[in-house]
Unconditional design. Structure first.
Length: 172
C-alpha cells in the first residue's frame, strides 16, 4: 500500500530527529562543558514536561529520550539558539528549524499534507541535514522528496491529459 503524504512527513521528521539529536548533544557539550546536561534539563523544563532522571545517566540515555519536539525546543528556545547554534547555522538554519518545528506540530495534530507541503518539508529537512553534515539522512530525505516530485509530475500529467480529452470531446 502506498504511503500517505502525512506518513512521508513522519518519516522525514524521524530522519531529521535521528541526525539532530547527536548534533544537539555535541553542540551543547561544546558550549556548556560539564554543565551541558543541566542546561539541557533546564531548557526542556516546563510545567508540562521535565527531562526524566534516567535520561541524565548518559548521552545514549539522553539520545533515546529526545524526540523531534524536544530536539526543536532545545534548538529554538532562547537563549540556546544564539548561544549554541547561531554561529554554525545562522539565520537560514533557524528558519529551517522553525519551519520543521511547525511541520512537526501539524503532523502530530493529524493535519493532512498536500504533495506540495510534504515536498517543502522534505526539501527543508534535506537542506538542514546538509548544514549539519548529516549526509546519510539527507540522502534518505532526498529520496522521499524525489518521490513526491514524481507524484506531482504524474498528477499534473493526468490533469493535462484529462483537460486535453475534454477539449477534444467538446470539439466533436
Amino acid at each position: 500500500m502506498a504511503l500517505s503524504n502525512k506518513e512521508r512527513v513522519g518519516r522525514v521528521i524521524d530522519r531529521v530527529t535521528e541526525a539532530l539529536v547527536p548534533f544537539i548533544i555535541r553542540e551543547y557539550r561544546k558550549v556548556h562543558g560539564k554543565r551541558y546536561m543541566d542546561v539541557i534539563e533546564q531548557t526542556l523544563d516546563t510545567n508540562a514536561y521535565g527531562l526524566p532522571a534516567a535520561a541524565k545517566a548518559s548521552d545514549e540515555a539522553l539520545a533515546k529520550t529526545l524526540d523531534a519536539q524536544s530536539s526543536f525546543n532545545l534548538m529554538l528556545r532562547h537563549p540556546q539558539w544564539r548561544d549554541i547554534f547561531q554561529d554554525k547555522l545562522g539565520h537560514i538554519g533557524r528558519s529551517y528549524v522553525s519551519e520543521l518545528y511547525k511541520a512537526r506540530v501539524d503532523w502530530a495534530h493529524q493535519k493532512p499534507f498536500s504533495i506540495d507541503e510534504a515536498y517543502r518539508v522534505a526539501d527543508t529537512a534535506r537542506r538542514l541535514l546538509e548544514m549539519i553534515s548529516a549526509s546519510k539522512e539527507a540522502e534518505e530525505v532526498n529520496e522521499i522528496a524525489t518521490t513526491l516530485l514524481r507524484m506531482q509530475f504524474d498528477a499534473e500529467a493526468k490533469k493535462a491529459k484529462k483537460v486535453a480529452q475534454t477539449e477534444k470531446a467538446e470539439e466533436v
